[in-house]
Design a protein around this ligand. Structure first.
Ligand code: SAM
Length: 329
């Protein structure tokens, strides 16, 4: 079992499949991709499956494929198919995407064993969507959401990063979208992980403010009073309309005490926290010929180094050099 020094059990692995992305979200990758990792440093599907198998043997129950944009990894459904063979010990296999090529691939991903899809959508307005993401693809994202619903990934989760002055005026519109489509709309506070280093505390819209803005128009009912290791507080609409609201407030309501996550970057580095300033080079250790048992021991030792919490709210906070697009959100 992967247990850290603060007695938290790690059950949730996020795997970044690539550091490439075809969107230019201002809060993530505003100036385009930084120098990309060399191709030979990127883990192959076979390596990802082998390492995931070891992780699952150590108690990992959820795997989320992310990036960069994971759908840019050709034949991703082949990887999903291999990872789904780790079930039933692996209980949940999920994907976070900007929706790219989901309409064409949703059926294949479902057939390969993908359980859930989360799609990013920060605006329902064509112009604002372009301003935020740097691309003109709002219609394509709507189509991706529709395809995800149609192919049985319900409840489809939608991620919206809310940033002061950029899309906080759309909070109620996004909640309305959840009511119309039945999706789970998750509002996320802006974190200092952007490659442009444009983050400032004033740009963070607190989760409580997001909740109150929605609740004034569409009264909300908390679903369960404890969220366990989940990042979101989840609400349903009090009037019984479909859809769900999730509020994720890592900046103003830190939830590190219940964190059960560990991350594997596309180039095979382990990160024990989104805000880690050090990484553990699993790729080189594994490629040097370490045995399965040695890798398991290595992972147990790395887990013990998991940080107690992030330090965003402390005066000496240092933004990690690797950005969200590389770490994998
Ligand atoms: N490309 C995929 C996507 O767009 O969903 C997956 C990778 S993306 C890094 C994963 C999630 O991280 C997205 O929902 C994105 O909105 C979120 N994200 C990126 N930068 C962020 C930031 N600075 N603060 C909060 N969330 C962020």
């Amino acid at each position: 079992m992967l247990r850290d020094a603060h007695n938290r059990i790690i059950r949730d692995l996020r795997i970044s499949l690539t550091d490439r992305c075809n969107f230019r979200c201002f809060y993530c990758l505003p100036n385009g991709e930084p120098p990309l990792a060399r191709k030979e440093t990127i883990l192959t599907f076979e390596e990802i499956v082998y390492l995931s198998d070891i992780f699952v043997s150590l108690g990992i129950e959820k795997i989320r494929l992310t990036g960069g944009e994971p759908m840019l990894r050709r034949d991703i459904e082949r990887l999903v198919g291999k990872l789904s063979l780790l079930k039933p010990k692996l209980k949940d296999l999920a994907l976070t995407t900007n929706g790219f090529s989901i309409p064409e691939k949703a059926a294949a991903l479902r057939a390969a064993g993908l359980d859930r899809i989360t799609i990013s959508l920060d605006s329902v307005d064509t112009t604002n969507f372009r301003n935020i993401t740097g691309v003109d693809s709002l219609e394509e994202v709507f189509e991706a959401i529709e395809a995800a619903i149609q192919f049985g990934f319900a409840p489809v989760k939608i991620n919206a990063v809310i940033v002061r002055g950029r899309n906080d005026h759309e909070i109620v519109d996004l909640a309305h979208f959840a009511r119309e489509t039945g999706v789970s709309m998750r509002f996320i506070e802006y974190m200092p992980l952007d490659s442009g280093h444009g983050w400032s505390r004033e740009m963070v819209v607190p989760g409580q403010e997001i909740h109150d803005a929605i609740n004034r128009v569409y009264p909300l009912k908390l679903k369960i009073s404890s969220r366990g290791s989940e990042t979101a507080w989840n609400y349903e609409f009090a009037d019984g309309k479909p859809g769900e609201i999730g509020i994720i407030a890592p900046v103003t309501e830190m939830f590190c005490g219940a964190c059960s996550r560990i991350r594997l970057t596309a180039d095979g580095q382990i990160r024990t926290c989104l805000f880690s300033t050090t990484e553990h080079n699993l790729r080189d250790y594994f490629r040097s010929g370490a045995s399965r048992a040695e890798i398991a021991q290595y992972l147990e030792a790395v887990a013990l180094k998991k940080e107690a919490s992030h330090h965003i709210n402390e005066p000496d906070f240092v933004q990690p050099s690797r950005t969200m697009s590389f770490i994998g959100g």
